[in-house]
Write a protein that binds this ligand. Sequence first.
Ligand code: C2E
Ligand code: CA
Ligand code: CA
Ligand code: CA
Length: 273
Amino acid sequence: AKETGSEWVQFFNENLNKRSVRRFEMRNKLATALENEEFYLEYQPLVDMHTNQWVGLEALVRWKSDVGKTPPDVFIPLAEETEIILPLGEWILKKACEFSNVLRQKQLPITISVNLSALQFSYPYLIQMIDTALEESEVSMSGIELEITESLLMNNEQEGVKLLDELRSKGIKVSIDDFGTGYSSLSYLKKFKVDKIKIDRSFVKDIPDGDDGTIAKIIIELAESLQMEVVAEGVETKAQEAFLTQEGCRIAQGYYYSKPLSEKEVLQTLETG
Ligand code: C2E
Ligand code: CA
Ligand code: CA
Ligand code: CA
């Protein structure tokens, strides 16, 4: 049949409808996912490229329901929109604290980084949540670090400074995640005292070709001059590792070393050395 304009409009509307129905369904499923115990955490190691030792783990949330696995890039934004991220984020922090406790009891003192969503980053909500998680899991917060994004800081400048000070006074380290992808300004890095910068995967991807090497290099230098640690994300090849270590970056995360692992896999690897 000849495609007329109105057929296209109809096609478009139907498609839009299907999409919004799917989103609506997903929202509903998300609302009950926590009580149905459909979430779990995986942990991806942060590796010292000089020694190949694991120096940390990043907690990454997973959602498995009766329709299968939904990736966090899809459900986290939805969880933010619906504010389900608040109880979910609390659950994630608690789980990470519990696992940190397990590691400590086994004399495997490895820090766990937990991702924070913008919605969680408000005062006094965050501090209360952390205090509760600590009390319940009887863990010291020194085993936990937090990852936040640049835009989150820019949105709440004054609260941001206050919160970071308070976290720091509790001995909690904070990293800036996906560095370079937000609307970052260098002066912010001075204002907000963070401990670590994570170079976004998009700047590691094409190393050693293209311009990515240049940006990664600049971020490494920046971190060095501000006395911050620097972590490269998404390292997948030996050539990327070679470039990054030569430029002075020592810690990396990526499929070249390990994909995100279950608690069991983490323990197996750590216990067999
Ligand atoms: P992110 O915080 O930047 O996490 C790193 C993502 O890169 C993870 O995807 C990880 O599996 C993936 N990755 C690691 N190494 C490689 C690599 O070598 N190559 C490639 N292509 N990818 C790699 P994941 O687990 O799908 O998470 C996606 C995003 O969802 C995270 O990005 C984070 O923004 C969000 N997210 C995940 N877990 C949580 C959570 O517990 N809380 C919050 N608020 N957000 C989370
Ligand atoms: Ca992260
Ligand atoms: Ca990241
Ligand atoms: Ca990312």
